[in-house]
Design a protein around this ligand. Structure first.
Ligand SMILES: Cc1cc2nc3c(=O)[nH]c(=O)nc-3n(C[C@H](O)[C@H](O)[C@H](O)COP(=O)(O)O)c2cc1C
Length: 225
């Protein structure tokens, strides 16, 4: 492992040791496209070492700090072979969950302002929805229930939240849509999800987590559609 990578791993460990008494959970974010070299931590050997040390740090502080779940956050731009490795490592290191996904470096051909697509950095929001949902489904079929997934990427309505849950998400996060629609969106989504349960005669959303994962993973790859 290179010296900068060793420093990075030490940073994660230090943060766990420092914030464990305060944090509800930790995200091991190895997927931001805006930090040079960060995504290299998704490569198998580096990721295995990082997760081993992070989980070890969490265990060491557990006695005085209590339990802090550790979630691994991945990029939507991983190849499926890379995803195989990442999930296998996440399972063997026993993370508590995965967050799928961060922003994308891809630029869908459906972007209305193609010139903006030439800007550097990660793309979020609605143009990310199909790719990140596909990655949720791909992750879900590989995880086989070992831990829950948090679905994130382009959720801006109750319907989008439901699609993400049916793809395999047990929890969801929103970022960009809160900018465009405001915090009221959270109540709207909760109301829509509750009325879906009523309409379909189900008791809990957990009954439909991953219901569409197999179908979604059989579809054409979504990036440029
Ligand atoms: C301006 C901006 C800053 C972000 N900063 C972080 C960050 O610090 N850590 C992280 O894990 N994800 C970060 N993200 C990614 C979001 O948490 C989320 O994964 C991504 O935007 C997709 O969700 P969305 O389509 O609802 O925005 C950031 C996204 C944006 C747009």
């Amino acid at each position: 492992m290179t010296a900068p990578m060793r420093c990075r791993v030490a940073d994660y460990v230090k943060l766990i040791e420092t914030f464990a008494p305060l944090a509800g959970y930790f995200t091991v974010n190895v997927s931001s496209p805006n930090t040079p070299g960060l995504r290299n931590l998704q490569h198998a050997a580096a990721l295995d070492d990082l997760l081993a040390k992070v989980i070890d740090a969490r265990e060491r502080v557990r006695k005085h700090a209590g339990d802090s779940p550790v979630l691994l956050k991945i990029a939507p731009d991983l190849s499926l072979t890379e995803l195989d490795d990442v999930v296998q490592i996440a399972r063997s290191r026993r993370v508590d969950g995965m967050i799928v996904a961060n922003t994308t470096l891809a630029r869908p051909s459906t972007l209305r302002e193609q010139d903006r697509g030439k800007e550097q950095g990660g793309l979020s929001g609605r143009p990310l929805f199909r790719l990140s949902t596909r990655m949720v489904a791909e992750t879900y079929v590989r995880v086989e229930g070992a831990f829950p997934l948090v679905g994130v990427g382009g959720i801006d309505s109750g319907g989008a939240a439901l699609t993400k849950i049916r793809a395999g998400a047990s929890l969801i996060q929103l970022y960009s849509s809160l900018v465009f629609k405001g915090l009221g969106l959270v109540d709207d989504i909760k109301r829509d999800l509750a009325s879906t349960l009523l309409r379909t005669g189900r008791e809990q959303l957990s009954e439909i987590v991953g219901a569409d994962a197999a179908t979604i993973t059989a579809e054409d790859w979504p990036v440029n559609s």
